[in-house]
Every structure is written in structure tokens, then in C-alpha cells.
Ligand binder design. Structure first.
Ligand code: ADP
Ligand code: MG
Length: 746
């Protein structure tokens, strides 16, 4: 479709931002609004609040300081004045001249002269004057004005978007196709699509400003609902389709039960019994199982999964377990061997990871293909190596592999065979309602009870300079027969190991992106957070202690005489296996490591977890790391060592860790601190990228959308006309294919 203001070059820029169609542009919503009907006066400002102010330019100056140039703008209303300051902003010099009207938006800071205020690095826009075109004036003066994140430099900033979107809406007047059934909208008292799109971009006079800022106007609610409805409808339909497919109906008779009993090393908790029953009930059913097993760190998911795999094996099928890292795969492999030693059947267990040598891979693949391996444990390699199973019955998979993997299990079975059952395990304590809504195509089992005999973990924060006390403490624990982990944020102190910072703020653009975004550079499971110093100054590369260097130092110094090991992601599979095995057997007393041990590592005798640069780790990571101890009967300790410069968020994370051990509580906090995208690691977890809705803010709407989607897919769909239903189906297909890339996720 032709959009006024969008030529081929601009279209290219937009396309790079994921905006391909007119519709995409219309769903690029303002991230805030400015009330230019009733502007705030400088008199009524209070220090500490975030405000938008319209005032006249009185003066400007470029100050050369030792720390670089500072651009200072003085704006005023009547007798009142306010200073605005930007650092390193020589490019601003030509932008302003006295007498202009500007809108600035930022935090109001007290200024040295007590009567005045200042703003540091505010967002700004020069308001149009008589020399500007009428349209610009119409859209920006004396009304509630939308502010957009730039789609490309100053050229495609707010002003451009206002015009293009305004014209687009004008040209589509009366012709924006509705995509939700009328009866549904009426029932929920939501506006139609066209009205919603018009009002969300250009709010009518009198729209309560607080509703706009909190995205709760009827227009916002409609668009949020729409997006979540389609997400949920897609999940619902997948779930319904699955129930129509043929799976394997496993038997679970006394013989199978006995096979499980003979290997169980302990009495399962009530929660473990209950979840296993739920899983086995699915396995017995003739439709394929798709179930999510959720349980906090240490709740005992592994044994539940092994029991389910035994059911499959007892039925003469192969079972596969896919772990997120090689270390974890190796650990599961060792644990399975130990567990199944007691089994009278003595199943053959095979490990398949990417870094095995080619010969072993080849022979393992052959064992799997001929059905001689009953239990296969591996990483993503299970899929990548195109292993064809002889008779695959059950796949247990870690949530990190979720989407993008489920549909590929089809590759693992021989054509014509029934679909294997799939059990997804997650240690992310997603709040239950969110889990239900997001994994709407999976059934949910929750392990909500810890195995008995756990003592709470003592968590302490110790500043860097007192490290010698920490090392003394570790030595004492080791002398008592315990083991310890010492975790570092990077492998080696090389440049590559540094977190990558990405400031999407374009210096040419008056309206900056909402906040500098920190792009986490994924290195296996090793993700980083910026330090305070880096948050303030992205170019500062502060010295980070690394696992490799500290392993040397600790071994030669504080831990001389102890058996100290080193584990990180760059070792190959065999080396990892040897280290893990030696640590498990107690031959290594102190394991210096990176976050590769974050997920799942299970050595009950380890009772001390020391995390250096703790302020740099995410809350979920810290929680997972702490979950590595407190697994046995011994009293356990988590020592969070912190450096001298800590960002407020880093501070908050460390404090939260000390305050609580409840995974769900920490997850809620993490979610609110980071926002859902980063919390779930959107891409990694395969969650859809939402453009309007926000999973944290819109949880209630998510619930509503789920109910309505189920109703629509079922009986309630009859409230829609045939034409409406066809429209919904078409939109659903479009949405899922294009936006979520989840065409047919198993
Ligand atoms: P996670 O849910 O984090 O994967 P694991 O499966 O690794 O937890 O179990 C944590 C620890 O608790 C392991 O050492 C495991 O052997 C032990 N465990 C699990 N279930 C029980 C139980 N019912 N009784 C005693 N110990 C258990
Ligand atoms: Mg586990």
C-alpha cells in the first residue's frame, strides 16, 4: 500500500525496524504523550518529578569543561527560568535560537540558585512557529501530542511519524478493517479498531492524561486486548489440534510401577507424586502429551522426569532428554547412569553433545538409530545432528529450547510413527497466571514443595576488600568436608568478555529513545549486566575479575593446598565431563566457574556459593546460582561479593537476594525491574515479541484474552458471524506467521 511520506529509501529503513506494512506503522504507538493543552507552568514544578514543560528559549551556551563540552539551554516563562543541560552535545548548538518555543521533558532537579530548577539531558522538541506548515502546527500545538520513539535518526522522529500516521489514518477513514467480532467488542465495551487507532495516536480533547500515560484509555485497552487475544487464540487452536492427533498410549501397570520403585533413591514428595501422576495420565492417553513441569530451583524436577522416561522405556520405547548446556547434559548422563544401575533392565544410556568427537558421535547415532540406546541424553545436538530414533516415545526438554524445537521433533522419529510425548521443564518461577496464559498450548504441572530436610541458605553480602575473610571461611568449610563454588562473570579478562552496550539514542535526534538499552551479548548461558560505571559511562571498561585469572590466584594463594578446579563454557565436552565428575565425587573441593553452572548443576555436598561482582548478575541468575547449594542436609551459605561502584539496580538485586529466597517473589521483582522482554529473554525463550501489550502491565487483560480466546474457539464462537470468523482466521494466520514466526509449533 502506498503511504504518503514513505518513499523507497524510508521504506528500507522502516523495514529494518520491522515495519513492513501500513498496519505495522499504525501499531507503532506513542510511548508517551505531552499535554500541550494545559502546559505546566514553571511555578508549579517540584524537584524530583518528571514533567513536560513548554517555554521560550532565552539563552544558550556551549561550555568547555574538563570532562567535555556541555550544552546549556536557558528557557523561561515570565520571571521564571530553567536550565537544561546536555553532555557532549556540541551538535545541539545550531538547533536553538532565542525566542523559539520548546517543549522539554525530563526529571526536575533542584538547582543551586534556590528559586530555579534544572533538567539534565531532557528530551526536547522545538515547537513549530508561523513559518512551519499548518499541518505540523495542527498536530503539535495546543493539543495532546503523541511522542514516538524515533524510527531512524532525527528524520524519522516524532514529527515525521505524527504526519505520516495522521495522513495514513485520514486516507483510511471508514476503511480500517475490524478484526474482532462485533458481539465480543460490545460485551467488553471496547471501541472498534479504527476508533482505537485514531484515538491512541491523536487522543481527543479531554482524554484523561493519567489514562494516556498508563495505557489504559479505551483505545489502548482495545489494542492490547486485540494483540493478546490473537496470541491466546493461536495457542488455544494449537492445543485443540494436538488433541486430535495420534500419540502413543503408554501402559502403566504394576510392572512399570515396580521398575520405578526399584530405582527411586528417596521417598518422593507429595508434589512429586502428584505431578508424576499428571504426567503419566497424559502418557496413557492416546493423544500426544505436551506438558510443562514448573518447579523452583531444587524442587526435584529431575527425578520426576526420569520416572516418566522409565515409563516410556518399560513400554519398549526410547526416551530422550535435551539439556540446555553440555555440562548439564553430562550431569544428567552421570545421574541417569547411577540411578539406573539399580534397574533390573539395565537400559543403555547414550550421551550426544556437539563437542563429542566425530567417531563417538557417529557410533552413538548408530546406537540410537538401531534402538540399542534406550535413553539418550544430549544438548541441541540431538536435533542438529539429525539423529533418527528407532522408536522415540518421550522427549523431555528444557524450556529454553521451547519454540523452534517442538516442531522439529518430527524429524527425530521415523515417518509413519506416532508422535512422541513431550515434557517441557522450567525452573523459571513464572507467576502461575502468566505461565498458564503464555504456555497456553501446554498443560501445567507445578512442583510447589521442596524435598524434606532443607535448611534455609544463609545469604550475606561482603564487600570486595574483605575477600580474605571469605577465603578463610571457604577454607574452614572445606576442612569440614564441604565443597564450594566461586563464580565469576567472565571467563577471561579479554575484550570479548565485556558486556556489549548499545545506545539506541541517536545524537542527531532531539527526542531520545526512552532509555539506553543494554543489549546482552549471549554467550551460551553466560549473560552479563552492566556495572554502575558502565551504566554511567559506556566506554569505561572496568577491571573484571575472571574465572581463569582468579583460578590461578586462588590456587596459588588463599587456597594453596586445596584441590581447586576450573570450569567454563569454552572447555570441550570431555574436559567438562572430567571436571564435573571430579567435583561430584568430591575430588575437587573448590570449583572456580562462570555461570555455566547456573542451570541445574546438582552436587548436594557443595554448601558454599561465592559470587564475585554479584551486582553484575541478574536476579534470576543469582537465584539459580544460589540454588546450587542448600541441596543437602548441611547448612549452606551464599556469599555475594560486591565491588565499590554499584548501580541502583544492582543494589536492589543484591538486597532482594538477601531479603528472600522465594523464587516466585524474586521472579515478580525481576519482572518489574527488567520488563518482560528481558525477563523471559524473549528471543531465547521463543516468546512472541509483543508490540502493544506488556505482559507485566497487562496481566489481567492477558487472562481475559485467554478466556475469550477459549470461548471463541469453542462454543462461544457462534456469537460471531461467518464473515467475522473468516476474518479472525485470516488475521490469526497472518499474525502468527509474520509476527511470531510460529507457523506450526508442534
Ligand atoms: P531441580 O528441580 O532444581 O532440577 P533437582 O531435581 O536437581 O532439582 O533436585 C534437587 C536435589 O534434591 C537433588 O539433589 C535431588 O537428588 C534431591 N531430591 C529430589 N527429590 C527429593 C526427595 N523427594 N527427597 C530427597 N531429596 C530429593
Ligand atoms: Mg534440574
Amino acid at each position: 500500500m502506498y503511504v504518503r511520506g514513505v518513499g523507497p529509501r524510508v521504506a528500507e529503513i522502516l523495514s529494518a525496524r520491522g515495519i513492513e506494512t501500513a498496519e505495522d506503522l499504525l501499531y507503532h504507538l506513542p510511548f508517551r504523550y505531552e499535554d500541550r493543552q494545559n502546559p505546566r507552568s514553571l511555578d508549579e514544578l517540584k524537584a524530583g518529578e518528571t514533567a513536560s514543560v513548554i517555554a521560550e528559549v532565552r539563552g544558550l551556551a556551549l561550555l568547555r569543561t574538563r570532562r567535555g563540552p556541555i550544552f546549556e539551554l536557558t528557557i523561561g516563562q515570565g520571571r521564571r527560568a530553567m536550565k537544561c543541560i546536555w553532555f557532549h552535545a556540541t551538535y545541539l548548538e545550531g538547533k536553538f535560537h532565542a525566542g523559539q518555543t520548546v517543549a522539554v521533558y525530563g526529571r526536575v532537579e533542584p538547582s543551586r540558585s534556590s528559586s530555579n530548577f534544572k533538567m539534565i539531558q531532557p528530551q526536547f522538541e522545538v515547537l513549530p512557529d508561523a513559518s512551519d506548515d499548518a499541518e505540523t502546527r495542527l498536530l503539535e500545538v495546543g493539543r495532546i501530542t503523541p511522542v514516538y520513539e524515533s524510527l531512524g535518526g532525527s528524520r524519522l522522529a516524532s514529527r515525521w511519524q505524527r504526519k505520516v500516521i495522521f495522513n495514513l489514518l485520514e486516507s483510511m477513514r471508514g476503511a480500517v478493517p475490524e478484526c474482532l467480532p462485533r458481539a465480543l467488542l460490545d460485551r467488553l465495551a471496547l471501541p472498534d479498531r479504527e476508533t482505537a487507532l485514531c484515538e491512541v495516536h491523536f487522543p481527543p480533547e479531554g482524554t484523561p492524561f493519567s489514562e494516556l500515560q498508563s495505557w489504559s484509555t479505551p483505545a489502548h485497552r482495545r489494542l492490547i486486548f486485540e494483540e493478546l487475544f490473537y496470541l491466546e487464540l493461536g495457542l488455544e487452536i494449537k492445543r485443540r489440534r494436538l488433541k486430535e492427533r495420534t500419540g502413543i498410549a503408554f501402559g502403566a501397570n504394576e510392572k512399570v510401577r515396580e521398575a520405578i520403585r526399584e530405582v527411586l533413591p528417596f521417598h518422593p514428595t507429595a508434589a512429586q507424586k502428584r505431578t508424576l501422576l499428571e504426567i503419566v495420565a497424559d502418557m496413557r492417553a492416546p493423544t500426544p502429551m505436551r506438558r510443562l513441569l514448573q518447579g523452583d530451583v531444587g524442587s526435584g524436577k529431575t527425578i520426576v522426569a526420569f520416572q516418566a522416561m522409565l515409563v516410556a522405556m518399560e513400554n519398549g520405547y526410547q526416551a530422550a532428554l535435551m539439556a540446555p548446556t553440555e555440562i548439564l547434559a553430562t550431569q544428567h548422563f552421570l545421574a541417569a547412569r547411577k540411578l539406573l544401575e539399580r534397574s533390573s533392565r539395565k537400559p543403555r544410556i547414550v550421551l550426544l553433545t556437539g563437542s563429542l568427537d566425530e567417531d563417538r558421535k557417529r557410533s552413538n547415532r548408530a546406537l540410537i538409530n538401531r534402538g540399542e540406546a534406550q535413553l539418550v541424553i544430549g544438548t541441541h545436538a540431538l536435533i542438529e545432528e539429525k539423529v533418527e530414533f528407532d522408536r522415540l516415545g518421550l522427549v523431555v526438554v528444557d524450556e529454553q529450547h521451547r519454540f523452534g524445537v517442538l516442531q522439529r521433533f518430527k524429524l527425530m522419529k521415523k515417518p509413519g510413527q506416532a508422535e512422541p510425548d513431550v515434557l517441557v521443564m522450567t525452573a523459571t518461577p513464572i507467576p502461575r497466571t502468566l505461565a498458564l496464559s503464555l504456555y497456553g498450548d501446554l498443560d501445567l504441572s507445578v512442583l510447589d514443595e521442596m524435598p524434606p530436610g532443607r535448611t534455609p541458605i544463609v545469604t550475606r553480602r561482603i564487600p570486595d576488600e574483605r575477600s580474605s575473610e571469605v577465603w578463610d571461611f571457604v577454607r574452614k568449610q572445606v576442612a569440614l568436608g564441604r565443597q564450594a563454588y566461586i563464580v565469576y562473570p567472565v571467563i577471561e579478562g579479554t575484550k570479548d568478555d565485556q558486556p556489549e552496550l548499545d545506545f539506541s539514542h541517536d545524537p542527531e535526534d532531539g527526542i531520545a529513545a526512552p532509555a539506553p538499552r543494554i543489549r546482552q551479548k549471549a554467550k551460551g548461558a553466560e549473560l552479563l549486566f552492566p556495572t554502575a560505571a558502565q551504566e554511567a559511562n559506556p566506554t569505561a571498561r572496568s577491571g573484571l575479575k575472571s574465572a581463569v585469572e582468579m583460578h590461578e590466584k586462588l590456587r596459588a594463594g588463599p587456597f594453596a593446598g586445596l584441590r581447586v578446579g576450573l570450569l567454563h563454557g569454552r572447555l570441550d565436552a570431555d574436559e567438562k565431563e572430567v571436571i564435573m565428575r571430579r567435583f561430584q565425587r568430591g575430588e575437587i573441593q573448590v570449583l572456580v566457574s562462570t555461570t555455566v553452572i547456573e542451570v541445574g548443576v546438582d552436587v548436594p555436598n557443595a554448601s558454599v556459593m561465592v559470587v564475585e561482582h554479584a551486582e553484575r548478575f541478574g536476579l534470576a541468575q543469582l537465584h539459580q546460582l544460589r540454588g546450587r547449594v542448600g541441596r543437602g542436609a548441611a547448612k549452606s551459605y551464599c556469599i555475594l561479593m560486591t565491588g565499590p561502584r554499584i548501580s541502583p539496580l544492582g543494589e536492589e538485586r543484591v538486597e532482594a537476594m538477601i531479603r528472600t529466597q522465594n523464587g516466585f517473589e524474586l521472579a515478580e521483582l525481576d519482572l518489574s525491574m527488567r520488563g518482560p522482554g528481558e525477563f523471559f529473554g524473549t528471543r531465547q525463550a521463543g516468546l512472541p515479541d509483543l508490540r502493544v501489550a506488556n505482559l507485566l502491565r497487562d496481566r489481567q487483560t492477558l487472562e481475559l484474552a485467554k478466556q475469550e480466546a477459549a470461548r471463541f474457539a469453542g462454543e462461544g464462537g457462534s456469537e460471531a458471524t461467518e464473515a467475522e470468523r473468516a476474518r479472525v482466521r485470516a488475521q490469526l494466520k497472518e499474525t502468527w506467521q509474520r509476527r511470531y514466526g510460529l507457523v506450526e509449533a508442534g
